[in-house]
Design a protein around this ligand. Sequence first.
Ligand code: MN3
Length: 388
Amino acid sequence: MDIRKKQIAILGSTGSIGTQALDVIDQHPDKFEVYALTANNNIELLIEQAIKFKPEVVVIANDKNYLILKEALNNYPIKVWAGIDAISDVVQTSDIDVVLAAMVGFSGLRPTINALKAGKTVALANKETLVVAGEQIIELALKNQAPILPVDSEHSAIFQCLNGEDLNRINKIWLTASGGPFRNFTREQLQDVTKKQALKHPSWNMGAKVTIDSSTLMNKGLEMIEARWLFDIKPSCIEVVVHPQSIVHSMVEFEDTSVMAQMGMPDMRVPIQYAFSYPQRLKSDFKPANFFELSNLTFEEPNLEVFKNLSYAYDAINKGGNMPCILNAANEIAVEQFLQDRVSFLGMSDVIEQTMQRASFIEKPTLDDYFATDIEAREVAIDIINQQ
Ligand code: MN3
């Protein structure tokens, strides 16, 4: 009998996915234990989490906060580390079973690479890792026999639909999208939407970056690329379908035209828990779907003329090479600058389109090339914004 608890490292523990992951662990203290917690800046919450979950190690990426953290945890047997490199180091610790990569953006790439190199099971919530370097990441995972378990709700859904279907051919993946808060808006109406409006997501409760990405449909573009690598499927076989109720989390159509869907209430704790407990399912107190109250599940085609970011994502993956990395960097800058009122809502798409035209294209990038591309594309994007 295996009574050892799974040792989990949570990268980005103070974010939306991180806090929900801790909630899952809290509900199953007999199954899971927190080995490491890492955060960028939010030391108040990190201290609180460390005292409650008593990990072996906590890491604060911003080393300016090191002394406060060290002081606060002085009376506990918890190692306190600081700096970005410490996050990449901690994931290689031999006692860790699962690394939850829940950092936001490109910054998740390096620690995820290190976790895979160390042969860890990676519960992947950081979609940017696969967007930027999907081909190499999948290779690395195979080479080191390090499973990647998707945490993104759509990819968890597809993963669940594919259970036991290894030998069966897929026609297509239906990637569901809520459509965000501006689902039926025209471009004219989108002209003056504010960040306050964009930050109000109708069905999911998430961090700022992914909420803005949802409102522009860039999130679905990034997820299409994520699915392309996770499930080794051609982009032309991934169909985005708008499903505002967020009950069907995605679907797989097999060659006999049979469609499998995974459904449930929109609650990120479900896919997080499944990634932790896989291949087992655990009893939970999450709210179940009540189909008597869900009589109106609707599906519609996304409008790529209005939501251009989604078509840029298809352009980027079809072009290949470092283009998805350029797309991602431009988008991270666009979102950051939109949140600072320096770019308009529609302006974000222009920044992405122009950065894709101007940044240096590399057809066969190495892992190191991506780090250089990320820096260059960010500079180009900033330049474009400054010139406006
Ligand atoms: Mn998602």
